[in-house]
Design a binder for this molecule. Structure first.
Ligand code: GTP
Length: 371
């Protein structure tokens, strides 16, 4: 079976992290997110991958190449303008054959059993089968009610609470038969949720829903991006950590220098060549990239630091995300889902909180922001 992965979106909700890196290439516990999806597909024997890209397409190709290093065959199809979820599939038609194929939104973290999904699809003799997942608040997703036979009865994008009749939503993973391509116009921006699936249902075609208890998370917001890290470190989804487990729940990469007076409480993952100075404390659910320097007396918890971050004395980072090459001065506080873009320099004694987002390469002087 072939897979098409949709990676063409701009990832606006994850800006500034996505200013120079497309969302599926952001690190997830120090490896590009998409690599996780590739591993899952390969586990189920899916090795032919079609990447439907548009936004910063070269970032994918320069990392994965033709896929050989990962035991995959990857082809890249680049869109000049965004074609939407279904338009993107029509655009890769020439790479598909006459058998069923699987489609993944490129921002879904899951451990779905793809074999089970395919078997269900075949048993229902469906033209399209959607993975459905239950969420606490369905109002920001596409609601997908099914009848007793598993047939989807209708679609409702972003329902209001009085329209919510089920907690099952579209998980952004589908098995499709090639005939579905006939429902998609060529070279037009077209969506599965608003266009293809509702039309198929109206015409009486079989669209099935597969309710799944598998782990599922859309990593597309800062909160969910952090949650993905917390869930992986908390072992809610299987993940092969890089580095050596130096004590229970603490994985450290090669060439790290950790002071004997520093404290690390797992679960923590640290990349290679990092330095942790005396009296620094790293609490659980934290991921640190390669080549980071954590200064004396610094406290970090629940956060994600990309590569090359330098954190000066007595700063505090809590539940926040720091992109590559961020430098913090002395006694800076970064808390409450703050997101700092690439190569930002923050002078001493600033206070960055409440979901503040700061654009790449910004320089902020000493004691200016108390947000
Ligand atoms: P936001 O801008 O934050 O909403 O993120 P996004 O651009 O990624 O949009 P969204 O989360 O709705 O997209 C879901 C998935 O579909 C992501 O993996 C996107 O990369 C992908 N996607 C969205 N629109 C397109 C498109 O027009 N073409 C292609 N090829 N992929 C798309």
């Amino acid at each position: 079976m072939k897979a098409v992965i949709l990676v063409g979106g701009q990832g606006t909700r994850l800006r500034p992290l996505t200013c120079a890196t497309p969302k599926p290439m952001l690190p997830l516990v120090n490896i590009p997110f998409l690599e996780h999806t590739f591993k899952l597909l390969k586990n189920y024997g899916v090795e032919d991958i079609i990447l439907s890209a548009g936004y910063l397409p070269d970032v994918f190709e320069s990392y994965f190449g033709n896929g050989e290093r990962h035991g995959l065959n990857i082809v890249y199809v680049k869109e000049d303008k965004p074609l939407g979820t279904a338009g993107a599939i029509k655009n890769v038609e020439r790479y598909l054959d006459d058998s069923s194929f699987v489609v993944f939104n490129g921002d879904i973290l899951t451990d779905l059993n793809i074999e089970q999904l395919l078997e269900y699809h075949k048993s229902k003799k469906a033209l399209a089968t959607l993975m459905l997942t239950s969420v606490e608040d369905p109002t920001s997703y596409g609601l997908v009610p099914i009848d007793g036979t598993g047939k989807v009865t209708y679609f409702l994008e972003k329902p209001s609470w009085d329209e919510v009749t089920t907690d099952l939503v579209n998980a952004g993973i589908y098995i499709l038969e090639p005939e579905v391509l006939n429902f998609i116009p060529k070279a037009e921006n077209y969506s599965f949720e608003r266009g293809v699936f509702p039309e198929m249902i109206e015409k009486g075609e079989r669209v099935s829903g597969f309710p799944s208890n598998a782990y599922w998370l859309d990593i597309g917001t800062p909160q969910n991006y952090l949650k993905a890290h917390h869930d992986i470190l908390g072992r809610r989804i299987k993940f092969d950590f890089k580095g050596m487990q130096t004590k229970l729940g603490v994985w450290v990469g090669d060439n790290c220098k950790i002071s004997s007076k520093a404290n690390i409480f797992g679960p923590v993952v640290m990349g290679e060549n990092c330095q942790v100075e005396p009296n620094a404390t790293i609490f659980g659910y934290t991921t640190i990239g390669n080549d980071c320097i954590i200064g004396p007396g610094v406290t970090i918890s629940g956060s994600v630091l990309f590569n090359d971050c330098k954190i000066n004395r007595s700063s505090v980072i809590k539940d926040s995300i720091l992109d590559k090459g961020v430098e913090l001065g002395v006694k800076v506080h970064v808390e409450e889902t703050a997101v700092l873009g690439e190569k930002i320099k923050i002078g001493s004694e600033n206070l960055l909180k409440r979901g503040i987002k700061i654009w790449p390469k910004t320089k902020i002087g000493k004691n200016i922001i108390k947000f």
